[in-house]
Every structure is written in C-alpha cells, then in structure tokens.
Design a protein around this ligand. Structure first.
Ligand code: CS2
Ligand code: MG
Length: 406
C-alpha cells in the first residue's frame, strides 16, 4: 500500500477549518484536522509546501516511522504550527489503518474502557440572569457538567462572554473578525467578582452539579493560588489555565495553596511542556488536544505518562477543533483508562453538513460510533461553498493599554 496523494481542504462553515486528506493507491482515504485558530494558513503552507510532497510513495501503515521522520527530520521541532501539521498526518494515517482493518479507531487503541464519554459544555452570561439561562440551556441539552464564564463588572467584553447573546455558547469564535478585536481586562476586578459568581451558581443549582472555570492564562501564580483558595467552598470540578504554564514551576506555588483541582495544557504541543507538571503532580487534568499535540500517537504517550501520576485526560474540545479532530479525540476517550472528561462545545449546522460524522452526542455523553476509521467524511463540494475568511482571536489589554495574557 502506498500514499498517492495528500491534499489540504480549507473551509469556513461558520469558522475556518483546515483538513488534510491522504489517499492511498488502494483508494482508501484518511482525514486529519490541522486547524490552528487564527493562524490557519501557516499550517496550510506547512502541509502543502513542506509535508505533502514527502508523503507520496510512503507506506501509510508506518505511522510511528512517518511521525518520527516528520518530527525529527524537520530539525525545527515543536511549536503549534509544526505539531498541528504532524497531527493531521498522524490522524489521517490512523484513519486509514483502522479503515483497512475495518474497525473503529478505538478498537486499535485497546478497545472500549467505558460505555460512553462524559462531556462538559459552556455556559456564559454577561450577568447572573443571563448565566443562569445559559446553564439551563446546557442542562436541557443533556450536559451534566458545565463550564461557567461571566462578564466582570466594569469590563466591556471578556473571554468566553460575548456581547451578542446569540453567539453559540460563548465560544472563542475567531470568525468574522478580520483583525483582532481588543478586549479589556482587570485582574483585581475579576478576582473580587468570581467567587461571588460561583456562590450564586451553587445557591441556584445546588452542590452537586460539576462546575468548571477557565481563567485563560490570565493570573500570576500567587493570584491563581488566591482564586483557587477562594473557590474551594464551591467545590469546582476544575480551575483551568489558572496561570501561563510555560512557567511550569509556577504551579508549585498554586498547588501548595489550594485543593481546587487544576487543568492545564490546551496550548501545549509536546510532552516536554508537561514534564514538571506531571512528574510533580502539579495538575489533575491534561488538556492537550489531538489536533495541537501532534496527533493520536504522541497524545497516547502523554496519557500513559500522566496515568503514572494519577492525572486524568481532558481533551480540549471547543468549536475550533474540527469534527475530524473531535472524532479522533472521542475514540481516544473511549479507550484510555485514565479518561477524565471531554470538552464538547458542539458545531454549527453548516459544519455538521460539511463534516458528516459517526460520533453521537446523547444525554451529555459522546460515543465515536462503529464506523471503520475515525468515522468522518468531508464533503468537498459543500466545503468549497464556504471559503476561508481571515479571522483572529481577540487581543486582551489592561486599562492602561498593556497587552495581557489571553
Ligand atoms: C478555551 C478555548 O475551550 C477552552 O478551554 O480555552 O475556547 C480557547 O479559547 C480557544 O480554543 C482558542 O482558539
Ligand atoms: Mg481553555
């Protein structure tokens, strides 16, 4: 069996997605997600100009060798662009291997370790009434765990909460913003406000509903320690990205001050980014996504590493992970033993039409389905009807204009 074609499809059914399709001489095809929110075209070029030509003629069954050749052979290792491109190749080859075996991918990853995959959804509101309505909407959709994001008094527009209530679940949609919007931030106001939000949510929805919160890299370690401690009475499922974790050692301070569980890593792209965090058990969930971490092959290695320290998986799953990346994630979720939870923000109807998938969402749980491979088909004709449009995530600034973490 040989690879005869590797093509990149860019489509924007509500937001930009980048997909790699690998085709073999037997006519078997595999898909891989290469979407990097706000920097999509960099990955398109990396794939089209530097990777696809190298794949032609290779044996598609040699997944590990191909991965290692692309990672080590590039010389310039790591980074979101490189690892998203390699991820797309990896997932497409796993898709092909599983199709040839006539098995759903999870069966090649050790088979099912559970019946279904629990998820969490996004609730957001500029104020408490809007937030409570959003929580009820997610619960009505079946979600049994919910991420809470709200506005902050005095701030116009913050992460996860948009002025337009119709924005789907307050996602970080880069669509429609051809230049980065500027959002404002005040850490003090946020730290003073957030505990009262969770007190109100607990009073409204009771003590048992698993609640999550994302600080989105915006706090210093001591500020993160304070927030984690202030949130302990509200028994969060996790506090996410409480501090920029390139400074992995910074989590030692946070960990020493609070028992609030910590989740980190959606922006990480190799196992080295997690080394201290996992070895010293500084976090409870690893957030890496198939699409940004180099694919299924390296993510499985990370999950096994994390399992040694009783750390669980929590694959990143916002709307800017395409249904291709999501499908690969759900297969991993079903198979790995140390599964924690899967983020699932859902997709626009147009996205569901372009990417026909076998995975299902029922009663707050996902299942990858039994289709051979990862179970996703990309409709090229429909994809072409949604051309790429430049779009960027917002930039976050303090009141004095200083750019802040986002
Ligand atoms: C967020 C993401 O889902 C999350 O946890 O951190 O929505 C993130 O803002 C986007 O994926 C960035 O593209
Ligand atoms: Mg996040």
């Amino acid at each position: 069996m040989k690879i005869v074609d590797a093509s990149v499809v860019v489509t924007s059914p509500g937001r930009n997605f980048v997909t790699l399709r690998i085709t073999t001489d037997d006519g078997v095809t595999g898909l891989g997600d290469a979407t990097l929110n706000g920097r999509e075209l960099a990955v398109v070029s990396y794939l089209r100009d530097h990777v696809a030509p190298l794949l032609i003629g290779l044996d598609p069954h040699k997944i590990e060798d191909t991965w290692q050749s692309l990672y080590r052979g590039a010389y310039w290792r790591r980074g979101p662009v490189t690892m998203a491109a390699i991820a797309a190749v990896d997932v497409a080859l796993w898709d092909i291997k599983a199709k040839v075996a006539n098995l759903p991918l999870y069966q090649l990853l050790g088979g099912a370790s559970r019946d279904r995959v629990r998820t969490y959804g996004h609730a957001n509101g500029r104020d408490l009434p809007e937030l409570f309505d959003s929580v009820r909407e997610r619960m009505a959709q079946g979600y049994q765990s919910i991420r809470i994001q709200t506005g902050v008094p005095g701030l116009k527009r913050v992460y996860g909460v948009h002025g337009e209530p119709e924005v789907l679940q307050g996602l970080e949609r880069a669509d429609g913003h051809p230049r980065p919007l500027v959002e404002d931030w005040d850490t003090g106001a946020y730290l003073r406000h957030t505990p009262s939000v969770f007190e109100a949510v607990r009073n409204e929805f009771g003590p048992d509903l698993p609640l999550l919160h994302d600080s989105h890299h915006r706090l210093s370690p001591i500020q993160a320690a304070r927030l984690g401690k202030d949130l302990e009475p509200y028994d969060l499922f996790w506090l996410e990205d409480c501090t920029p974790a390139e400074n992995q050692e910074g989590l030692r301070l946070v960990r020493s001050k609070t028992t609030t569980p910590l989740a980190i890593g959606e922006v990480f792209n190799t196992i080295h980014d997690f080394r201290t965090l996992v070895n010293e058990q500084l976090i409870d969930y690893v957030r890496a996504a198939v699409t940004h971490f180099g694919g299924v092959s390296p993510l499985k290695k990370l999950f096994d590493f994390a399992a040694q320290q009783q750390i669980k998986t929590a694959i990143h799953g916002p709307e800017d992970i395409s249904p291709v990346g999501m499908a690969a994630a759900i297969h991993m979720d079903l198979a790995v033993h140390n599964f924690g939870i899967q983020e699932y923000a859902g997709y626009t109807p147009a996205t569901e039409e372009v990417f026909r998938h076998a995975f299902t969402f029922t009663d707050g749980h996902l299942h990858p389905g039994e289709a051979p491979g990862i179970g996703v088909e990309l409709d090229d004709e429909l994809a072409a009807a949604h051309p790429y449009a430049p779009a960027y995530l917002p930039v976050n600034r303090l009141a004095d204009g200083t750019v802040h973490d986002w």
